[in-house]
Design a protein around this ligand. Structure first.
Ligand code: HEC
Ligand code: HEC
Ligand code: HEC
Ligand code: HEC
Ligand code: HEC
Length: 496
């Protein structure tokens, strides 16, 4: 049997490229079967394996087949003989007797072709489903997608495939995403890509096709307690608490409405913008119960040229739902809170921040720079501590390097603040305050609300107690009035 196969192979491979073709096809076939086998029994889990099994090897397999055919075609051209004569030339009489279609060799070729067709279709099916997986999107063009992949893996959506947010429903969404993918491959190959990749992503599908498959507007109700813990830059890295009660309702219950009111089914907010980043809002329109739209005009941008307008959806606020880049200050606060950075090290917050925000030429310089910064500071100022707290200092260096690697990507020119979030009003994009401000006014001279308790009750604002405003204030406290007001507002927000 093996002899017969080898004989078949020997005769099928014409010229050096024919031989190469046979080697490519056979070896990629065997490797694919082996890899798939090991993947199925679970001993191969590496994310790159799929890339090899479903993308690289099938390409080699088909390339091999093409080379074999080219070999035969060249032989036909050179000798001027037809296929039947060529077969007679390459194979023994035994193989070709019984007429052209009845001959053993033609039967073998037909069987091999059928096997190839079945094999290739299953590979292509696998390839398409693999292309829908996050591993493919995140690792296929490693250097380019690495920042998105890294931030994605640490996000609440790390188990949601990229295509569920990036490709909507239906054939046209699929086709346009594949076309876009081809363009991306070209731009990566010829380095035509803008770095960092510009946002907002204009071709994102509307939220009903993506986000709302899993989070539908009716689902948002009530409040959500948000606790923010910060550390000061003093010697003890003193802790402070900010506690907000976020009003995340989608409906107007008893005259009150919450943050998700914008996207409730019956509501529509649309706006026109004068910059690609969609931060210069020229006007905002709100749908009224009678179907007409009420407009607010921005006195800051009168006469600015409007680029486009759009209906507000999730990503106008949650632009960083998945690719979450941290603010350096907050990144350190979170790590201290998790116990990854020890406050037993004096001036930890201040020095840690200094170490990660210093400008570094590349990643290697940053890793060294962060280590040098910390070791140098403690060695110079607290020589005894360097010995007693060596473990803590080493751990701090490692944690800060991790923070850097997660957020800074030199290859894609992503530095601190490259992708600010619109949630809140702390970033330079102004988040909610793009619209909730005193400049946007309607014909009745009313603005969109910007009262401090419209979106959240405030239970502590950088205080030493997480629920400071719920405690009874001292009557001598200069903030007595404000304290009482915030306390009452919180309680009232739960009343009918
Ligand atoms: C939960 C939804 C969601 C998932 C899952 C998701 N993304 Fe995104 N992605 C977004 C949104 C929303 C934006 C738009 C950000 C903006 O417009 O400011 C975005 C933006 C991007 C960008 C533009 C650069 C940037 O960071 O804003 C790239 C590239 C990208 N995503 C790639 C990926 C890849 C690769 C995966 C899978 C590994 C993925 N995305 C998974 C929602 C998602
Ligand atoms: C395939 C389902 C799916 C899709 C599509 C999806 N999400 Fe999610 N989302 C989840 C899951 C699951 C979680 C994690 C819930 C948890 O941790 O309890 C989550 C968490 C979130 C959170 C964080 C909530 C928190 O606890 O802080 C936000 C915000 C969010 N999603 C917004 C979006 C936006 C915006 C989109 C569209 C761009 C989107 N999601 C698309 C499933 C999805
Ligand atoms: C007007 C801005 C805005 C819009 C529009 C918006 N959100 Fe939110 N969303 C918020 C804010 C603010 C919070 C509270 C976040 C926090 O403090 O952690 C929130 C919270 C959430 C949460 C967590 C809720 C919980 O129960 O803890 C999810 C999930 C979410 N949003 C998904 C979505 C999706 C999906 C859409 C679109 C259908 C959407 N949001 C539209 C601003 C918005
Ligand atoms: C594109 C403009 C725009 C942005 C950005 C925006 N809003 Fe709004 N918001 C509006 C408009 C318009 C209204 C309704 C004003 C009216 O009733 O006429 C509104 C109303 C609200 C309301 C009250 C609902 C009511 O009328 O009782 C809350 C709460 C709210 N927004 C929270 C937020 C939060 C939180 C953010 C940021 C995460 C945000 N908004 C971002 C335009 C915006
Ligand atoms: C249009 C809605 C809205 C209005 C009006 C508003 N806020 Fe906020 N605020 C938010 C949202 C959303 C966040 C972000 C919560 C988060 O981090 O998830 C936030 C965050 C904060 C924070 C925490 C900042 C941090 O460290 O992350 C403070 C403090 C705060 N707001 C105070 C105020 C004060 C004071 C006012 C009045 C001047 C005000 N807010 C008005 C929506 C609003």
């Amino acid at each position: 049997m093996i002899d017969k196969y080898l004989n078949f192979i020997r005769c099928v491979s014409i010229k050096w490229y024919g031989t190469l073709g046979v080697i490519l096809t056979t070896s990629s076939f065997i490797t694919m079967v082996l890899l798939e086998f090991f993947r199925l029994i679970g001993s191969l889990t590496n994310a790159y394996i799929g890339l090899v099994t479903y993308m690289a090897l099938p390409i080699l397999f088909v390339l091999g087949l093409i080379l074999i055919l080219i070999g035969w075609y060249r032989l036909k051209q050179e000798t001027g003989k037809n296929i039947q004569e060529l077969l007679a030339l390459r194979y023994s009489d035994d193989d070709i007797k019984g007429g052209f279609y009845g001959s053993r060799i033609v039967k073998t070729v037909i069987i091999f072709s059928l096997i190839n067709i079945i094999f290739l279709s299953s590979v292509f099916l696998n390839m398409f489903s693999f292309m829908d997986k996050a591993e493919f999107c995140g690792t296929a063009c490693h250097s380019v997608m690495n920042p998105e992949w890294v931030t994605y893996k640490q996000s609440p959506h790390s188990r949601v495939n990229c295509v569920e947010c990036h490709v909507g429903e239906g054939v046209d969404a699929l086709v346009s995403s594949k076309m876009n993918g081809i363009w991306q491959m070209i731009s990566v190959t010829f380095d035509l890509l803008e770095r960092p990749i510009p946002t907002p992503v204009h071709q994102l599908r509307p939220a009903p096709e993506t986000c709302e498959k899993c989070h539908w507007p009716d689902k948002f109700y009530g409040n959500r307690l948000k606790s923010i813990v910060t550390y000061a830059s003093d010697e003890k890295s003193t802790v402070a608490y900010t506690t907000l009660n976020m009003k995340i309702d989608a409906e107007r219950t008893a005259g009150k409405a919450g943050i998700h009111w914008h996207i409730a089914d019956e509501n529509e907010v649309r706006y026109a913008y004068a910059d690609e980043k969609r931060t210069k809002i020229v006007w905002v329109e709100v749908k009224q119960p009678d179907g007409s739209f009420k407009r607010y005009n921005n006195s800051q941008f009168v006469g600015s040229e409007i680029i486009d307008s759009r209906s507000m959806d999730c990503v106008d606020c949650h632009n960083r739902a998945t690719h979450i880049y941290e603010d350096p200050d907050k990144a350190i606060d979170t790590r201290i809170r998790k116990g990854l950075l020890s406050r037993e090290l004096p001036f930890l917050k201040r020095e840690a921040l200094g170490a990660i925000i210093a400008g570094y030429a590349d990643n290697k310089a940053a890793m060294e720079g962060i280590a040098n910064h910390l070791y140098h500071f403690y060695r110079t100022n607290y020589p005894k501590l360097v010995i007693s707290k060596m473990t803590e200092i080493d751990a701090a260096v490692k944690t800060l390097q991790d923070i850097y690697n997660r957020n800074i990507h030199h290859g894609m020119k992503i530095g601190w603040g490259a992708y600010p979030s619109h949630i809140g009003h702390a970033n330079e994009t102004n988040g909610c305050f793009r619209c909730h401000n005193s400049y946007l006014k309607n014909d009745e001279d009313e603005s969109i609300g910007y009262d401090c308790t419209l979106c959240h009750s405030i239970l502590a604002d950088e205080q030493n107690q997480p629920f400071k405003f719920l405690l009874m204030p001292d009557t001598l406290d200069p903030n007595y009035q404000m304290h009482r007001y915030l306390q009452q507002e919180f309680i009232n927000s739960y009343l009918e």
